[in-house]
Ligand binder design. Sequence first.
Ligand code: PAF
Length: 284
Amino acid sequence: MPQPIVLDTINALRIWRNAERRAGKRVGLVPTMGALHQGHISLVNAVREEAESVVTSIFVNPIQFAPHEDFSKYPRAFERDLELLGEVDCDAVFAPSVSEMYPEGFATAINLVGPAAVGLEDKFRPTHFTGVATVVGKLLLQALPEVAVFGEKDFQQLAVIRRMVRDLDMGVEILGAPTLREADGLAMSSRNVYLSAQEREKAVVIHQTLLEAAEAAQAGMPLHAIEKEAEGTLSELGFVVDYVAIRDSVTLAEPVDGAKPGSLRILAAAKLGQTRLIDNIAVG
Ligand code: PAF
């Protein structure tokens, strides 16, 4: 497989992108924060189905981390990331510096309500989605892709990005790609490297709990009772639970009475030791 070309300035990205367009290619963007795993590779493969040319961005975005969060210790593995991307069909890697993305005097933010203000991640990470929307908005304007892909693992993030793209008429197709899981069911995440061996064994319970909760919802058990029971299961096992919530899968609002299981998503966030894990699955 040919190695991807590495672009570290917005200007270089634009020149590359314009050449691809002149050659009649549709460009697909895979935004990442690096520390790539097979989940990211599946995003590259998914966007490749829709685009003749693929660019993966690697940028650990400081403005989506709160001061007490893990920005400085977030795993960084640029050389390994390039190796992995060299093994798949990725044409370019955009890896800008912080000062390239946020030059002195940077003063703009994209701030959403809607799916960004439904009491899930936003309740525990109040500045997070402004940081995500701002950087994704910039990446979309920098790369001007025809299509961009985001993992369903960050389900609220995906909903926020879809909303932003629609609201700001960004004219890019947003693909959601299914969560890739380890053999035992744990959702793949760059943050899984933080788990101790003991925590890693226990971490799978989140997925198991979601599966049981989805089954109970399909069987018609009241949704609030399911959420409470799932939270109880996780707490008893030593998780510090932020939420287990069953929501409308598009708006992420509380479901209306009589909502069909097929329209629902169950989402969870919980801390195991120092590591915060999130996961979600469809109910129906
Ligand atoms: O999901 C991520 O890795 C990040 O939130 C994203 C979309 C690359 C923005 O920094």
